[in-house]
Design a protein around this ligand. Structure first.
Ligand SMILES: *[C@@H]1O[C@H](CO)[C@@H](O)[C@H](O)[C@H]1NC(C)=O
Ligand SMILES: *[C@@H]1O[C@H](CO)[C@@H](O)[C@H](O)[C@H]1NC(C)=O
Ligand SMILES: *[C@@H]1O[C@H](CO)[C@@H](O)[C@H](O)[C@H]1NC(C)=O
Ligand SMILES: *[C@@H]1O[C@H](CO)[C@@H](O)[C@H](O)[C@H]1NC(C)=O
Length: 346
């Protein structure tokens, strides 16, 4: 009799355990796969997928960051890369509270990070323009630590690189610096004129006192021709030297909210305002692609809004752009949409 009862109890416990495991699994699954995917027809899936944003399970983000890190290490071993560590160190930012270096480049989140790191260092940054000596030197590694100390710490610190599809960044520079091709009556500022308009007009053999208007093809011609490496569109792999500096966290602007949330939790960064996303104006920059769960390969190709810029370029110019950003594409795993290469001859 006792034997039968014990057997029944074991059976009961097993049923309960199975039920618990099932519920836990279901819970985790629901975190990863959002509700909408369960009641949706395939035809509507893509539009829903592109508009609904959900928080993925941390495992998903962790796996994605590991993939980026692994790709970088592998590709760095295989390519001949320029030694740009000194250049990177001159611009890189530092947060003493977390012994964290951040390489954030113009048109790839640098303003946001100047704000974040000022916050973390206990300063009280305003909402305006932080691209002034004061706010930058508060957080620039070579100012905070000195060059020697910064270089020697780099091997034991937490290193973060902020990246973005190079073609998105390039268009963003055009929209920001050359008014997205609109004609301006006067330059945005004197500095703007001498840094951007004047060299561009000159390089295109245009009248430098004439109208301020250049289109994307002209901008691209200028950018590919000029010897000067402008930080707004110089390849990120030149700016951050990712083959010399080991970046544990490579955050993409394309998946930024998810990536930074993960980082902030992982490192227990409390003094950071995640609402801050500077320079993200619907007019000034290109709309970001949706952020979300699941296969994110689509984020690595180009947003349709951006494609239209490149479709204007003559094939030889397109080929130059691809060549110019070859390392960024390869090391970061961004892709060139096939439509842009189908007519391109190399
Ligand atoms: C350049 O533009 C200015 C202002 O529009 C004009 O006065 C000048 O004649 C132009 N120069 C040439 C060489 O076209
Ligand atoms: C860009 O400007 C150049 C020079 O004015 C012109 O020849 C070309 O057709 C323009 N390209 C586009 C796509 O508008
Ligand atoms: C996170 O940081 C806060 C404040 O800096 C601290 O009080 C807390 O103990 C930290 N938590 C962990 C898990 O380290
Ligand atoms: C963007 O710029 C256009 C004109 O260039 C203007 O009509 C529109 O109101 C602006 N939108 C925002 C959100 O500022």
């Amino acid at each position: 009799m006792a034997n039968v009862k014990a057997k029944r109890n074991v059976y009961l416990v097993m049923v309960i355990l199975t039920f618990i495991v099932y519920q836990v699994t279901l819970y985790q699954y629901q975190n990863v796969i959002p509700t909408f995917t369960r009641n949706i027809s395939p035809a509507n899936f893509l539009s829903a997928y592109n508009t609904i944003s959900v928080t993925p399970h941390p495992f998903v983000v962790a796996a994605r960051l590991k993939e980026r890190r692994d790709r970088m290490r592998k590709e760095c071993g295989e390519v001949d890369h320029p030694k740009t560590i000194a250049k990177a160190l001159a611009r890189i930012l530092y947060a003493p509270s977390h012994d964290m270096f951040v390489c954030a480049s113009p048109k790839a989140g640098s303003s946001t990070w100047i704000h974040h790191l000022n916050n973390m260092a206990g300063f009280n940054p305003p909402n305006g323009n932080l691209h002034t000596k004061y706010w930058i030197s508060n957080v620039r590694a070579r100012k905070v630590l000195g060059m020697k100390e910064a270089e020697s710490r780099l091997t034991s610190s937490v290193n973060v690189m902020i990246a973005r599809h190079p073609f998105a960044r390039f268009v963003s520079a055009f929209r920001d610096k050359f008014a997205d091709g609109r004609r301006l009556d006067k330059p945005q500022s004197h500095g703007h004129y001498s840094l951007f308009w004047k060299p561009a007009l000159r390089s295109l053999n245009r009248n430098i006192s004439g109208p301020l208007q250049i289109n994307f093809t002209e901008f691209t011609t200028f950018a590919m021709k000029t010897r000067k490496q402008d930080p707004h569109w110089t390849p990120l792999t030149n700016m951050c030297s990712p083959c010399d500096i080991s970046y544990e966290y490579i955050l993409f602007l394309e998946t930024f909210n998810e990536d930074i949330n993960f980082l902030v939790n992982k490192l227990n960064i409390t003094k950071i305002n995640l609402e801050i996303r500077r320079n993200y104006k619907s007019n000034g920059t290109v709309p970001r692609p949706r952020e979300g769960v699941g296969p994110y390969d689509d984020l690595l190709t180009l947003d349709p809004n951006l494609l239209q810029y490149y479709l204007q370029l003559p094939p030889h110019l397109m080929a130059q752009v691809i060549h110019y950003y070859a390392l960024d594409l390869k090391l970061l795993g961004f892709q060139v949409p096939p439509v842009l290469t189908s007519f391109t001859t190399f």
